[in-house]
Design a protein around this ligand. Structure first.
Ligand code: HEM
Length: 553
């Protein structure tokens, strides 16, 4: 009553009544649609407008869907705002969604979201592109840049240099006892930022070096001198992170709430400003490279990176010898806006995923000394055989146990626990007919931890990957990077980066958790990550009969 009196005294009584009526009408409409929906599935009851996003534990999304899977089974539904999502945790239910045919009914990942349009990312790039034709066009340019054998070979050489550079910074920042205490999450993300920006644009951001400078200065130490330009490195690095949060925010928060709730409308503004800054940086980069190409004499070869490949496509300077499977989509050069979309796309998809997986490796190796010991055994033999030679693509395949560890962490704790498909035609899934436009979430984490496919799925056991001919062997690699036409184009690069990082770092260094009781607690914003993981890095103490010496100093 007091509220009504107050509203009346300030002349808002009528508006309040209209607002209330609208909410009631919408609520009735929402629940009418909900209780008469086709193929009702078990799942938590959604609220109008916001769906299940304020359910207890929703923000710990992986734990939430784990609980829901236990409660409701391998197929249930949840609501993101008003959008119904069918969650599939059984491989057989989603097998045909990973179909390689171009006529597949599952070429679209998500539908059109007005929020993504507002952010000017709808219909751009590939991962969140709802427009299948535009996706086909863009995907070609990204795949041919990331999946060629020459790119894989080059990426091993370059990644090794980058790991060594990062280890040098750690060495330089070490205390008198030789140890360096730091948050490994930050370094891993800086590492993949430098790596992906280099592979996609040919230009380094120097995010690692900027972090080294900031960290040493904060510890009253003098960083070593360098000629690299690191002015905007940290801002650029943070801008990509904020951009990812912005995408998530604009997808899950409905426009009405986003625009009219004061705190949230400020959040929207922050994301618009960040997007403008990031896009202008990318536009400068594209223009600069375009000029460089124009000024490069015709008889001089152009360097191969994704940006150069996209800028020259269907021009006289086309550096790509691979022809597209469907010319209909590629008979013209890309516009700068399309190129920009493909660039931010690759940053967003390629930085956090690999970086987070590496931090999970650090966590698991610190908690499983027997696995670490076995890894070291493999690395010692491997590097002794390698001698003075550098790592190359072929020799990485000898790291069988290293790969088993990576696969097991991908299985038990993947950074990309879900992917999605939005059907473009009616289809039968799990024995029921579903209309066009049904939104599915493929619960990669759920499938990889489902006891139907795995013995003791909760057990961290890299050895399971050394046994041959198991049904699950084929299953995991397919689901962890998705499948079909929309499979992850960065999967090869990711394995290369991870193998190089694990091999080089764990051969030379001990990496311990500062707090040995750190819980395995992660956050989920599109992907899964540790907010922070503090470690003590020091030269490896060889407890081997023959080499009782410290390795690196
Ligand atoms: C730990 C490493 C990574 C994991 C676990 C991962 C996982 C995934 C998954 C599950 C998908 C969805 C696939 C599907 O729906 O079928 C995906 C898509 C994608 N990934 Fe990755 N990824 C990783 C690394 C990378 C890297 C390093 C890059 C770039 C260099 C990258 C670029 C992309 C892109 C552009 C897409 C969208 C593909 C499309 O829609 O056509 N990813 N990734």
């Amino acid at each position: 009553m007091a509220l009504l009196k107050l509203l009346s005294s300030i002349g808002l009584y009528d508006s309040f009544l209209i607002f209330l009526t609208l909410i009631i009408v919408y609520t009735c409409y929402f629940y009418y649609k909900y209780f008469t929906r086709e193929n009702p599935l078990p799942g938590p009851l959604p609220l109008p407008l916001i769906g299940n996003i304020i359910d207890r534990g929703f923000d710990e999304f992986v734990e939430y869907t784990d609980r829901m899977q236990k409660k409701y089974g391998d197929m249930f539904e949840i609501y993101f705002g008003p959008q119904r999502m069918i969650m599939l945790s059984k491989y057989e239910y989603m097998q045909n969604m990973f179909d390689y045919s171009l006529d597949s009914k599952y070429m679209r990942r998500i539908p059109y979201f007005a929020g993504l349009d507002e952010l000017n990312v709808a219909g751009k790039g590939i991962a969140l592109n709802h427009n299948v034709n535009v996706w086909k066009f863009n995907r070609h340019f990204i795949s041919r840049a990331l999946l060629t054998p020459s790119f894989s070979k080059y990426s091993v050489i370059w990644t090794q240099n980058l790991v060594e550079e990062m280890m040098d910074f750690w060495k330089d920042g070490a205390e008198d006892d030789g140890s360096f205490v730091t948050n490994i999450v930050e370094w891993a993300h800086r590492f993949t930022t430098d790596s992906i920006t280099h592979f996609t644009t040919g230009i380094r951001v120097h995010a690692i070096e900027a972090h080294y400078n900031e960290l040493l200065s904060s510890r009253n130490k003098k960083p070593k001198k360098s000629t690299n330009d690191i002015t905007d490195a940290t801002k650029f690095f943070r801008s990509i992170k904020t951009f990812v949060v912005g995408i998530y925010f604009f997808i899950i928060v409905p426009p009405f709430i986003r625009n009219y709730f004061p705190f949230l409308s400020n959040e929207s503004k922050k994301h618009f400003q960040n997007r403008n800054w990031l896009f202008s940086k990318l536009d400068d980069l594209i223009k600069h490279r375009r000029k460089e190409i124009e000024h490069t004499p015709l008889n001089q070869p152009l360097r191969f990176d994704m940006l150069t490949s996209m800028l020259t496509a269907y021009t006289d300077r086309d550096i790509c010898e691979v022809k597209y499977y469907d010319e209909e989509y590629t008979n013209r050069p890309l516009t700068d806006e399309e190129i920009r979309g493909n660039l931010w796309e690759t940053f967003v998809a390629g930085i956090d995923t690999t970086a987070n997986l590496f931090t999970f490796v650090v966590y698991f190796l610190a908690n499983y000394p027997n696995v670490l010991q076995k890894l070291r055994k493999e690395l010692d033999v491997f590097f002794e055989k390698l001698g003075d030679r550098r790592l190359d693509f072929d020799c990485l395949s000898e790291l069988v146990y290293t790969e088993a560890i990576l696969k097991e962490i991908f299985r038990i704790y993947t950074p990309a626990p879900y992917t999605a498909r939005n059907s473009t035609a009616e289809d039968i899934v799990a024995g029921q007919v579903w209309p066009e436009g049904t939104q599915y979430i493929i619960n990669i984490h759920g499938i990889n931890n489902n006891e139907k496919y795995w013995d003791e799925p909760e057990k961290f056991n890299p050895d399971r990957w050394l046994k041959k001919n198991k049904k699950s062997d084929k299953l995991m690699p397919r689901v962890v990077f998705g499948g079909g036409r929309r499979v992850c184009p960065g999967r090869k690069l990711s394995y290369i980066e991870l193998k190089c990082m694990v091999a080089l770092i764990y051969h030379k260094l001990d990496v311990e958790l500062v707090d040995k009781n750190t819980p395995l607690k992660t956050k989920f914003i599109l992907i899964r990550s540790f907010p922070e993981l503090n470690v003590r890095i020091k030269p490896r103490q060889i407890v081997n009969e023959f080499f009782k010496k410290s390795y690196i100093h």
